[in-house]
Design a protein around this ligand. Structure first.
Ligand SMILES: Cc1cc2nc3c(=O)[nH]c(=O)nc-3n(C[C@H](O)[C@H](O)[C@H](O)COP(=O)(O)O)c2cc1C
Length: 233
């Protein structure tokens, strides 16, 4: 059974983004046999600049991401972008960009906002997924602000119906995408070749870091392409 791990970069209790993520996960599990789990910053706290407290959950988060088949990553929009707490957590995963640790993992992205900044937030998440060596299976954003001219029961009812139809269609498209085999792309292949060249050089020069260890011990350094690396999983 496929495992979907969902992390929502918010501290809201029963927040909008968590609600949207649950709708998506429930709909996908109606169509496919999946086992899902959802966490927010209320479950896992990440220290901003390296482990400084006992509560730091970075290792827990890393294991949950590495052990899932599909990741759902979501956040609210804060000040036209992703929340600072999520950016801090992503900064602490920076070394995963050099080792492309998502290794082709499919990622669903979700974001909610009042009415603006959703493109910036979702595109930022998209770029991190690619940097980490993942692929985006789909993105869903919602806004809850109703402009005054549309704030009438009949309009809201018809908008709700349309939104439900659109979201159902988007989730169906995502479910189809999740079933497809991994297909590489130019960004992933060129990143792989650049990092491989760099790490081959560092290894030759005798550097020993967690990253050089990973390139050697995982066998990634012997692959000719990112596609080959993912196919070996
Ligand atoms: C600090 C803060 C900044 C926000 N900035 C924006 C913003 O720039 N644009 C916007 O449309 N909504 C903004 N919002 C509204 C949230 O994005 C929106 O309510 C979101 O659905 C909350 O999601 P959550 O319940 O999952 O935390 C902001 C909310 C907060 C608390």
């Amino acid at each position: 059974m496929k495992k979907i791990y969902s992390f929502i970069g918010s501290r809201s209790t029963n927040g909008h983004t968590e609600f949207l993520a649950k709708q998506i996960l429930e709909k996908i599990s109606e169509e496919q046999e999946v086992d899902w789990e959802i966490n927010t910053f209320n479950d896992i706290t990440i220290d901003p600049y390296g482990k400084v407290t006992e509560e730091d959950g970075l290792e827990i988060l890393k294991n949950k991401i590495l052990n899932c088949d599909i990741l759902l990553l979501g956040c609210p929009v804060y000040m036209h972008g992703i929340p600072g707490e999520l950016k801090n957590a992503i900064d602490r995963l920076s070394d995963w960009a050099h080792t492309m640790r998502f290794r082709g993992k499919k990622v669903i992205l979700v974001s909610t906002c009042s009415g603006n900044g959703h493109t910036t937030a979702i595109d930022t998440l998209h770029s991190y997924v690619l940097k980490f060596g993942g692929t985006v299976a789909g993105k869903i954003v919602t806004a809850d602000n109703i402009p005054d001219i549309y704030d009438r029961d009949d309009i809201i009812m018809s908008l709700n119906n349309q939104i439900n139809l659109n979201i159902t269609q988007m989730i169906n498209d995502i479910a189809i995408e999740l079933d497809k085999p991994f297909r590489t792309n130019n960004f992933l292949e060129s990143s792989f070749q650049i990092y491989k060249a760099n790490y081959s050089k560092y290894i030759k020069e005798g550097w020993k870091t967690e990253e050089t260890d990973y390139w050697i011990q995982s066998g990634m350094i012997n692959c000719q392409s990112f596609q080959e690396w993912v196919d070996k999983k």
